[in-house]
Ligand binder design. Structure first.
Ligand SMILES: *[C@@H]1O[C@H](CO)[C@@H](O)[C@H](O)[C@H]1NC(C)=O
Ligand SMILES: *[C@@H]1O[C@H](CO)[C@@H](O)[C@H](O)[C@H]1NC(C)=O
Ligand SMILES: *[C@@H]1O[C@H](CO)[C@@H](O)[C@H](O)[C@H]1NC(C)=O
Ligand SMILES: *[C@@H]1O[C@H](CO)[C@@H](O)[C@H](O)[C@H]1NC(C)=O
Length: 222
């Protein structure tokens, strides 16, 4: 009799244990308030996870929108820096700041092609001159009348025209050249003139580097 009771007890507890772990809906079996509370809890969890999903979606969307706005705002800002902050533009040591470029006046004498090669080793090019105003300002920087400097302009035989080393042709109405326009001629400047000379004459020369805008971040870090 005693053994039978014990067996029944064990059986019952085992059964209830199995039921509670494998079938959660059976936990709801109980007083009505228990069921109600459980349903409320389930609904709460569902709402909460929906809210979390909605929030993360809107965060992702907002961040994308912000980054698009940032990049589109970045362009005009950097443009203004270049035009409105000349103080942020800096020439390397020994280079002469001139408008939006840096100039180097060489004191040795070379053929035109060698001065061209020398400028490119200095990550620069032979001087390019935009117009008469720029020519006049650069000529003001030349000390004495006798000194002659090569610039980045020579005679191009196929086109029979003066050609800048950047590939553009000279507009001769803007910059008149004294001397012959012909094969193996290159252009130099003195304090008073633009001259055509044989390219194998030996002259001083002027290199130019274009100034790059220095970004705010770089400037404040240095
Ligand atoms: C930047 O330049 C643009 C024109 O390029 C101008 O409309 C704008 O007002 C300038 N912004 C500032 C802050 O000066
Ligand atoms: C420049 O041209 C001369 C011939 O006029 C040539 O001997 C020399 O190698 C050239 N130098 C360069 C750097 O191209
Ligand atoms: C080449 O340089 C000349 C002289 O500064 C300039 O007038 C011309 O616009 C430049 N061409 C190019 C393609 O940059
Ligand atoms: C003129 O300059 C070009 C580069 O712009 C070069 O290829 C050509 O050899 C030069 N001509 C002479 C005669 O030096």
């Amino acid at each position: 009799m005693e053994r039978q009771v014990i067996y029944a007890d064990l059986n019952l507890s085992r059964d209830s244990g199995l039921e509670s772990s494998s079938a959660p809906q059976n936990v709801c079996q109980g007083p009505p308030w228990h069921k109600f509370a459980l349903k409320l809890g389930c609904a709460g969890i569902t709402l909460l996870s929906l809210a979390v999903i909605w929030l993360s979606i809107s965060v992702i969307f907002l961040r994308q929108k912000l980054s698009i706005e940032e990049t589109s705002m970045d362009v005009p800002e950097s443009r203004n820096e270049t035009t409105e902050r000349p103080a942020l533009l800096k020439c390397p040591t020994n280079w002469h700041p001139f408008q939006d470029k840096c100039l180097f006046f060489y004191n040795s004498y070379k053929h035109w092609n060698e001065s061209l090669a020398d400028c490119s080793t200095k990550e620069s090019s032979l001087l390019l001159i935009q117009d008469n105003e720029e020519l006049r300002l650069i000529q003001n920087l030349i000390d004495s009348g006798g000194i002659i400097f090569w610039i980045g302009l020579n005679f191009s035989l196929p086109e029979e025209n003066w050609k800048w080393i950047n590939g553009s042709f000279l507009s001769s109405e803007i910059l008149p050249i004294t001397g012959v326009a012909g094969e193996n001629n290159c252009v130099s400047i003195s304090k008073t003139q633009m001259l055509s000379e044989p390219c194998d004459s030996e002259n001083k020369w002027i290199c130019q580097k274009n100034l790059k805008p220095v970004r705010n971040k770089v400037y404040s870090a240095s």
